[in-house]
Design a protein around this ligand. Structure first.
Ligand SMILES: [Ca+2]
Ligand SMILES: [Ca+2]
Length: 410
């Protein structure tokens, strides 16, 4: 047996002329009723009654902020959020219906009028629940602006009913973006949120891009079973920042199987690990054999940032990754790896004398870029063998505008 006493008292005291709104006698979806009042202490929404399916306690709080009264227009505006204080998730569609205003000349200006008597107004909250369309246990919705027309200054009261769907008519596809500090491809409890966005392609080819929450959690809803593709998208990288790599596969393909009611089963483990190390993309570099000392080759300015030989754990051909910095308008400047033709009198020959030839394309911008290009080592060794008749080289003597860097090749 449900008790409406508080609400009924409110209605009786208010003496309002319109019919009181009856709760659904057997609500399948959760409803939470509130008494609203406005006076010197502000706009207060007091929870009165809670109805849920199967005895599940669904409690909500309504939180009004940014309260403003415009005496000239006689308008009151407030931003109202719903806080889910229960232990159960609530789903879209969601709305809050306002009724039983006392005095009854008050009306919301930016709500949808409900019913023939036009004495009820509805604010839609379906879009205020985040990208997943779920008001999760403990979650607070984003705010919806309420604007009320008042007959004049003074206090008033009303009733508000928040309604949600008890069950989702959709599945949720989601996961975490995380900073994979130990680079093992797993999300460990100590690892914080990652950055970027996720593009989801639905089985019918539709695409949607979602940004992750501050916690790194991302999710979308899906109402169809089948293969979904989730692809991590890098945030725009600023000048001087290396591209970002992942420690987990990208994209992910997720088969969402339909449940008995046809609604796809949710999948919340589509995680993407962000590699904390600077990312090196495989960009092959042309190799030039120089017949003159490499120091005399004409080149625009550049700086050597890093030389790195890839290990056997990296897929693809073995390579020497060279990160250089330079000024200009873009990171796409031509770079050539040049080494001096070894003289055939030095036997055995183990050291390669090399440099980078940089063409700045005549760009006059003052932006600064880092870029990484790679020398395919099998190609370099083949050229060395052709020129010297020996295996090698063992040592790379890199001539840079800042000096000579000696690098031992494995
Ligand atoms: Ca949400
Ligand atoms: Ca990890």
């Amino acid at each position: 047996m449900r008790v409406f006493s508080l609400l009924m008292i409110l209605l009786l005291v208010g003496g309002c002329s319109s019919d009181p709104v009856e709760p659904d006698p057997d609500p399948i979806d959760p409803e939470v009723w509130f008494d609203g009042s406005y006076d010197d202490s502000g706009l207060v929404l007091q929870r009165t009654e809670v109805f849920g399916k199967g005895g599940v306690v669904v409690t909500l709080d309504l939180v009004a902020t940014e309260l403003e009264y415009d005496p000239r227009e006689q308008r009151l505006s407030a931003v109202v959020q719903v806080r889910n204080t229960s232990r159960t998730d609530l789903y879209a569609p969601a709305d809050i219906t306002l009724s039983n205003f006392t005095p009854d000349s008050i009306r919301p200006l930016n709500a949808i009028s409900v019913g023939e008597d036009a004495r009820r107004w509805r604010y839609d909250y379906s879009d205020a629940l985040g990208d997943d369309d779920i008001l999760s246990a403990g979650e607070e919705s984003s705010g919806v602006l309420w604007i009320l027309q008042l007959p004049g200054p003074g206090s008033f009261s009303f009733a508000a009913v928040a309604r949600f769907a008890a069950q989702a008519d959709f599945g949720v596809l989601g996961g975490h973006l995380f900073l994979d500090a130990n680079r093992d491809g797993e999300r460990d409890p100590s690892e914080g949120p990652g950055i970027g966005s996720v593009e989801v392609t639905y089985p019918d080819g539709r695409k949607v891009v979602v940004r992750a929450a501050e916690s790194g959690l991302w999710s979308v809803r899906s109402d169809t079973g089948g293969i979904h593709t989730a692809r991590w998208i890098s945030p725009p990288t600023a000048a001087g920042i290396l591209p970002i790599c992942l420690t987990t596969p990208n994209p992910l393909q997720i088969l969402m199987t339909p449940g008995p009611d046809g609604v796809p089963n949710s999948f919340r483990d589509a995680d993407f690990g962000i590699d904390p190390e600077p990312c090196v993309l495989w960009r092959p570099m042309p190799i030039l054999v120089s017949d003159v000392p490499v120091d005399t080759l004409e080149s625009d300015p550049w700086t050597l940032i890093r030389l790195h030989q890839t290990g056997p754990d990296v897929p693809g051909p073995e390579r020497l990754d060279i990160t250089v910095g330079f000024g200009g308008c873009s990171a796409g400047h031509p770079l050539t790896f040049a080494f001096e033709r070894p003289d055939d009198t030095a036997v055995p020959k183990t050291t390669m004398t090399a440099t980078i030839v940089h063409d700045d394309l005549g760009e006059l911008c003052e932006a600064y870029f880092h870029t990484t290009r790679s020398v395919e080592l099998s190609e370099l060794r083949r050229m060395w063998l052709d020129l010297t008749g020996q295996e090698g080289p063992r040592v790379l003597e890199m001539h840079t505008p800042q000096g000579i860097e000696v690098f031992e090749l494995r």
